[in-house]
Design a binder for this molecule. Structure first.
Ligand code: PLP
Length: 405
């Protein structure tokens, strides 16, 4: 079978969810796009979001293209897909494409950005908190062991209090690092207040946005976020091992230096060239400029192809509609779960698609949910995390509540 570039692009155009309209979307069409909904009430999107049929089809076309004789070179499609996916991600968070780099992992990106800031050598400190992702906290603890001044704010009743940050941020603080939405209980932190605090002390604000980008509106400019990262396997409905970093344009290569090297090399001697230029050095090189300077080698083709489909899908549904949809489900769960014996550890009115509930008997609860075909996550011993997405319905919520009642 011959796959041509226009087949891939045509396939991409067909990726639009059916029935999406301003103000709402057709839940039945969306459910049809996620075959997983046929067999289970899947509420574990904060662990890993299922793929849509559109993304799966794009991946199949890509595999076909790689497996069989191809009609056309793949590079033009690939190059377009790279640009389009960066442009759509930038639009989603109100950044410019020139502020977006590809990444492999959220945690790795945070670590690399931190390395590029040279904070320890300059005697600076980093402020983070215990609702940040555990692998990131581990990273900061290891750096603390190696001499970096790290200050970890503890949550109070599963929320962060600005005053606790004010107490530890000082003129030597170079970075405040937070998860915009916590993977523990979905707590959405007041990132605007934290960025104001950071900026008032000459520091930057890093936000791990993996648990919210695609699910709630994010505006990095309005929120004062300087650096951010998210891979695509959660609310961007994509694959593991691929994602996007946001690096504010004026910080690139200056305040946040690349820590890996990416660029082109020119050989200026025979047999590489028949016309060496005596004025040029033997091996010349030109570094990549712009956000590509934070990328090394090829980004994941399958990651980009999948992200492109899902970014189009999310755009078509509309993030405000996505948020409104999950709010109806989380609102009901916040009300009903405590009534049947599961107190919430997510603050009331919290604007994220993730909730967590204290569970008296985690094993029994999981067994009952499994029996009913309902997927949730049990984390940190007894915290039941429920994270509905675009295809979850009120009937899914009924199923979950009935199983636990
Ligand atoms: C808040 C948060 N940050 C980071 C990660 C890990 O992301 P990655 O696999 O892209 O490093 C997770 C995974 O659950 C997460 O919940």
């Amino acid at each position: 079978m011959q796959i041509r570039r226009r087949d891939l692009l045509a396939g991409a155009a067909a990726a639009m969810p059916r029935g999406a309209a301003a103000g709402s979307f057709d839940i039945n069409s969306v459910r049809a796009d996620f075959p997983r909904t046929r067999t289970a009430a899947y509420f574990d999107n904060a662990s890993c979001h299922p793929l849509s049929v559109q993304s799966a089809a794009a991946l199949h076309r890509f595999i076909e293209w790689n497996t069989n004789e191809v009609g056309e070179p793949w590079w033009p499609y690939w190059s377009e897909a790279r640009q389009q996916s960066k442009a759509l991600f930038a639009e989603l968070i109100n950044a410019r494409p020139s502020e977006i780099a590809f990444l492999r992992s959220t945690v790795e990106a945070e670590s690399n950005l931190l390395n590029g800031m040279n904070i320890q050598a300059e005697g600076g400190n980093v402020v983070t908190n215990d609702l940040h992702y555990s692998a990131s906290i581990y990273n900061y603890k290891m750096r603390q062991k190696a001499g970096l001044d790290v200050r970890i704010v503890k949550h109070r009743d599963w929320q962060l209090d600005l005053r606790d940050f004010e107490r530890v941020v000082d003129k030597k603080t170079k970075l405040i690092a937070v998860a915009l939405v916590s993977n523990v209980n979905g707590y959405l932190c007041d990132v605007k207040a934290l960025s104001q605090l950071a900026h008032a002390h000459g520091a930057l604000l890093y936000a791990d946005i993996i648990q919210c980008v695609g699910a709630i509106p994010i505006d990095v400019k309005a929120m004062g976020i300087d650096l951010a990262a998210a891979s695509t396997y959660k609310w961007l409905m994509g694959l593991k091992g691929f994602g996007f970093a946001y690096i504010r344009e004026d910080l690139q290569g200056t305040v946040v230096k690349p820590t890996q090297h990416s660029g082109g090399v020119r050989f200026n001697y025979a047999p590489w060239t028949t016309t060496p230029d005596p004025k040029q050095e033997d091996i010349g090189f030109s570094p990549v400029t712009g956000p590509g300077r934070y990328e090394v080698s090829y980004a994941s083709c399958s990651g980009i192809i999948c992200a492109l489909e899902s970014l189009k899908y999310i755009k078509q549904l509309g993030v405000d509609n996505i948020r409104a949809h999950s709010r109806a489900l989380t609102g009901r769960l916040q009300k009903e779960m405590p009534r049947i014996g599961y107190p919430s550890i997510t603050p009331p009115g919290n604007e994220s698609p993730i909730l967590a509930f204290a569970t008296r008997d985690p094993q029994a609860a999981i067994a009952r949910l499994k029996q009913a075909g309902v997927h949730v996550a049990m984390r940190f011993g007894n915290k039941m995390r429920i994270s509905p997405s675009v295809y979850n319905s009120q009937e899914d919520v009924d199923r979950l509540l009935n199983a636990l009642s």
